[in-house]
Design a protein around this ligand. Sequence first.
Ligand code: ZN
Ligand code: ZN
Length: 266
Amino acid sequence: MSRRRKNQRSGENCSESGILDERILVLVFESMNWDPHVLCKVACVSHKLRAVARRVLWRELCVSRAPRMVGALISSAPSGRVGGGWHALAKLFFFCCGCVSSRHFRVDRTLPGHFVGASRFSKTSGKSFLARKCWGDLLYVSDPCEHEMGPDEDDIGVYRGVFSAFMKSRTRACLIKRQVELEAHVRCPYCGARVWSMTAARLVPQSAWKRLGSHNGRLEYFVCVNGHLHGNCWLVPLSSDDDYDDDGNDLDGDDVGVNGKVRRGA
Ligand SMILES: [Zn+2]
Ligand SMILES: [Zn+2]
C-alpha cells in the first residue's frame, strides 16, 4: 500500500516537473512570442495551469509587450504587483470593452467588447484624464477605439487605461475625500471590481474631451478600486488637418500588439 502511494506521488511529481513546471512553460511561451490567444486557452485547462498563468505567465506576457509601461507601473509599487493582477492588465492590453449605456452616457444599443490587435498607451494621454490637482499621478490611457454608429450618428470612442500605484494616488485620495459612491450597476471589465464614475466625482478635466476630440459632457469614464480606467465618448468628425496633437514622443508610452511589441513606423 505504501509503495503504491509512493508510486502515485512520484507520478504526480513527474507530471508537475513537466507541463506544470513554470520554467518550462516560460520557455514554451517565449518560443510562441507570448501568444495571448494560446495563453487564454492554456489558463482554462486546469486550476493548476490557471494558477501558474496568474503567478508567472500573464506577467511575462505583459513585460514582453510593454516593457517601459510595465516598468513604470511597478516602479512605485513596493511589492512589484499591479492592482487587480497581471491577468487583468493583460486583458486591458488586448481587449476593448465596448460600450454599455450608463447614468451619464446614454446609447441606444450596446456595443460588444472585442479583441484588439494593437493599441497605443501613453502617459501624456493619461495626464489629460487627470484633474490638475492629481497631476502627480501616473496614468496610462489608450488611444480611443473608434466604433461606427451609423450615418446619422457620431462615432463612439472607447478607451481604457491603468494607474500606477492607485492605492497611493491623489485621484483615489480625492475620491475618498469627496465621499464619491461606487456605481451600483457598473463593474470593471478587466478585474470585475466596483468602479467610481469620474463624471459623478466631477473629476473630468477639459483636457480629456479635447484629447479625445469630443465635446464637453459627451464622455464618461470610470476608475475601478484597483486603478483600471474604462470609458466612452462621442467623437466629433475630424477633417484631415484637424487632428489632435500628436506628441510624437516615442519615450512616452508603449505600442502593445498581439503579435509582439509594435515598432512605430515599422
Ligand atoms: Zn473597440
Ligand atoms: Zn479593474
